[in-house]
Design a binder for this molecule. Structure first.
Ligand SMILES: CC(C)(COP(=O)(O)OP(=O)(O)OC[C@H]1O[C@@H](n2cnc3c(N)ncnc32)[C@H](O)[C@@H]1OP(=O)(O)O)[C@@H](O)C(=O)NCCC(=O)NCCS
Length: 211
């Protein structure tokens, strides 16, 4: 093992995996920090049992440490993972619908949100759904720009869609995800993500394995 290998083993790594009922507590904490109108735990439980829904979490794995003392510490500390963010989507007839996405405010700007969006497009490809759709608050301009980078375009406005403050929603939709420009855009976004954040993300979905 080289010094570099050792550094690598020590570093925490982020993976994306399916959400389970055990994640709900951590997910709700993040949701309540990120959203004004957080869902009750029951809604997540129902969604995890919804055959047309798919919920994913980005988790940071604790760095591998060796030695008896480190092993004992790890056992006492409990969970070897920490949830950083999550997203949920619905498989509609012919499109994937991004229902929710949030990253712990303390962890935003580390590429977790982009990684979850890449995951959304992987799920769409596996399910052979050729468009993606979402709603976003009209005032959420930074996030709208992020969605535009991923190929979402304004389709229309839903008036007073958000019940907490009667805010309008922009409906954003992608073009055909199998079109060459969409495939190339996703490949470029994956390359950029690997270049900017690759060191902290571990393999774990097609988003890392893709072009
Ligand atoms: C939108 C969100 C999921 C992005 O997650 P993230 O982990 O910060 O995303 P990344 O680090 O991958 O990318 C951040 C990019 O998103 C944009 N962005 C949007 N909101 C941001 C925020 N609050 N903090 C930092 N960047 C934000 C930035 O332009 C940034 O681009 P850059 O990397 O070129 O600077 C996250 O900001 C969030 O949870 N927001 C609150 C909940 C929300 O609005 N969800 C969307 C509802 S439709």
């Amino acid at each position: 093992m080289t010094a570099g290998d050792n550094d690598d083993a020590q570093r925490a790594r982020i993976i994306v995996r399916d959400m389970t009922a055990d994640d709900i507590k951590a997910v709700r904490r993040i949701e309540s920090l990120a959203y004004e109108d957080a869902w009750p735990a029951r809604t997540f439980e129902e969604e995890l049992n919804n055959a047309f829904a798919h919920y994913r979490v980005a988790v940071e794995l604790q760095p591998k440490t060796s030695g008896t003392l480190a092993t004992i510490r790890r056992k006492i500390a409990g969970a070897p993972e920490r949830v950083l963010g999550f997203m949920g989507c619905w498989y509609m007839v012919d499109q994937i619908h991004l229902v929710t996405i949030a990253v712990d405010p303390a962890e935003q700007g580390r590429g977790v949100g982009r990684r979850l969006l890449l995951d959304l497009f992987d799920l769409a490809r596996v399910a052979e759904l050729n468009t993606a759709v979402l709603e976003v608050r009209v005032t959420n301009t930074r996030t709208r720009r992020l969605y535009e980078e991923f190929g979402f375009r304004l389709k229309g406005t839903l008036h007073q869609y958000y019940k907490d403050n009667d805010e309008d929603a922009h409906v954003m939709i992608t073009g055909d995800l199998s079109a060459p420009e969409a495939v190339e855009r996703l490949a470029r976004l994956r390359r950029e993500h690997r270049r900017r954040f690759g060191a902290t993300f571990a393999d774990g979905s097609e988003a890392e394995a893709g072009a």
